[in-house]
Ligand binder design. Structure first.
Ligand SMILES: [Zn+2]
Length: 154
C-alpha cells in the first residue's frame, strides 16, 4: 500500500538516476540473491524474499504481504538488475521491519541504504555522500542505523 506522504522519494530517484551503473542490468538473479542475502545477514534478519524479474514498467519494486507470506523483490529486467538496486529494495524490507511507521524513502530508509552501500564498497563513501547532498537528501548516520546499531535495538 503506497503511503500518503513520502516527500523524499523523487529526490532519491533523481539522485539514483545520476549513477549509470544503478540504471543498467549487470547482474543475474542468483547474483542479486547473494547481495540480498548478504544485506539481510548484516542486519541479522532471516526472511529471504522471493527474488524475480519483470519486463514492464521502469523500476524494481519490493513488497511485504500483510498476510505473513514471503516478501517479494522484483527487478526490471533491462534496467535494474544491479547490486545498488538490490540494496535499495532490501533496505525497504529492513526499514519496514525496524521502523514500520517511517516514510518509504525517509531518513531511516536512506540511512540503512547508505550503510549497506558503504559496507558493500559500491562506491567510495565520500563520493556517495557528496552526491546525495547535492540533491539535499537527508539520512540517519551509520552510528544510528548501521548494522551494529540496529542489531542492538531489535
Ligand atoms: Zn524505493
Amino acid at each position: 500500500v503506497p503511503r500518503l506522504r513520502d516527500p523524499q522519494q523523487q529526490a532519491v530517484y533523481r539522485w539514483e538516476g545520476e549513477w549509470k551503473a544503478w540504471n543498467t542490468s549487470s547482474a543475474t538473479l542468483p547474483e542479486l540473491r547473494t547481495v540480498i542475502r548478504w544485506a539481510l545477514k548484516r542486519y541479522g534478519m532471516k526472511t529471504m524474499p522471493t527474488v524475480k524479474q519483470h519486463g514492464g514498467g521502469k523500476y524494481a519494486w519490493s513488497m511485504v504481504p500483510g498476510d505473513g507470506t514471503r516478501p517479494v523483490i522484483s527487478f526490471q529486467e533491462r534496467t535494474s538488475k544491479n547490486a545498488a538496486t538490490a540494496l535499495h529494495e532490501i533496505s525497504h524490507q529492513i526499514c519496514d521491519f525496524v521502523f514500520p511507521k517511517a516514510q518509504d524513502h525517509g531518513v531511516e530508509f536512506l540511512g540503512i541504504f547508505m550503510a549497506l552501500l558503504q559496507d558493500a564498497g559500491v562506491i567510495p563513501v565520500s563520493a556517495l555522500h557528496a552526491s546525495a547532498l547535492t540533491h539535499k537528501l537527508k539520512w540517519l548516520p551509520y552510528s544510528e542505523v548501521g548494522p551494529a546499531a540496529l542489531r542492538k535495538r531489535k
